[in-house]
Design a protein around this ligand. Structure first.
Ligand SMILES: C[S@@+](CC[C@H](N)C(=O)[O-])C[C@H]1O[C@@H](n2cnc3c(N)ncnc32)[C@H](O)[C@@H]1O
Length: 251
């Protein structure tokens, strides 16, 4: 593929998460979210009396399990399709809000905020990613806890599979992945075909952060990292870890 054709549209996130998304990521299911939500609840020190936000909640698959651990649960997402799915699945005790994560419409009201499955680093402009951190911190009460499950830069680059194909229901799915070294971004283009006809091209792009860079970005928002895990078993983060899970509290 020619280099300039490999650029991802800066507003890719506005199109990538439609009704097809839960099909493309079928393995990221409600069931798969259960142990992740339980782990997050434990790390967020939830006792059942807290007000909690799932920032970028998608179809609510973690909220479905988190609800049992808090007094009031709110999900925020930008995708109307995924919020609609969430509304269909969740009880009316859960609030759902459509907003851009750069403009989180809450002020000092949550005891804890969770952000699951690489729902950060979406914006090309570093200022925009900082806005997310500032908004997250602003929405937390002083001393409030956060849980961010992000991709681990080193293992993502080392284990990058440039191209793969799979079949799901009626669709052939081709996934191309590449590391944009200049922008320090991991990019992915998914082409969905049916009987040889392209039905959809989905682009995704996230900024990769070293653990130190991630910590200092969070610190810039007044968020202090207390633990960095490499996966949902709670093992310490190292170069081979699949995930970079940052947990801490607002100063
Ligand atoms: C990788 S998905 C993860 C969703 C969910 N946390 C999960 O684990 O299934 C990223 C989510 O971020 C949402 N999103 C993308 N851009 C956003 C934005 N600018 N503001 C708020 N949410 C956004 C998407 O709609 C999508 O639900």
């Amino acid at each position: 593929m020619h280099e300039e054709h490999r650029d991802i549209a800066p507003d890719w996130y506005a199109r990538a998460f439609d009704a097809l998304y839960p099909i493309l990521y079928a393995h990221r299911s409600v069931e798969a979210a259960r142990p992740e939500a339980v782990f997050a609840a434990q790390e967020l020190e939830l006792t059942g009396s807290e007000r909690v936000l799932d920032l970028c909640c998608g179809n609510g698959r973690h909220m479905n399990h988190l609800e049992a651990f808090c007094a009031r649960l709110t999900g925020l997402d930008y995708s109307m399709d995924l919020l609609r799915e969430a509304r269909g699945m969740l009880g009316h005790g859960c609030a759902l809000v459509r907003a851009d994560m750069r403009a989180i419409p809450f002020d000092s009201c949550f005891d804890a905020i969770a952000n699951f499955f690489t729902s950060f680093g979406y914006f090309i402009d570093a200022e925009d990613n900082l806005k997310v951190v500032l908004g997250l911190a602003g929405a937390l009460k002083p001393g409030g806890r956060f849980f961010i499950d992000y991709v681990n830069k080193e293992s993502a680059i080392t284990n990058l599979i440039p191209e793969s194909t799979r079949h799901h229901d009626l669709w052939d799915i081709q996934e191309q992945r590449w590391f944009d070294e200049a922008r320090i971004r991991l990019n992915k283009r998914t082409t969905v075909t049916h009987d040889g006809d392209t039905v959809r091209v989905v682009e995704e792009s996230v900024r990769l952060y070293s653990p130190r860079e991630f910590e200092s970005l969070l610190r810039a928002g007044g968020l202090r990292v207390e633990a960095l895990y490499g996966d949902y078993s709670g093992i310490g983060l190292d170069a081979a870890s699949p995930r970079m899970i940052a947990i801490g509290r607002k100063e």
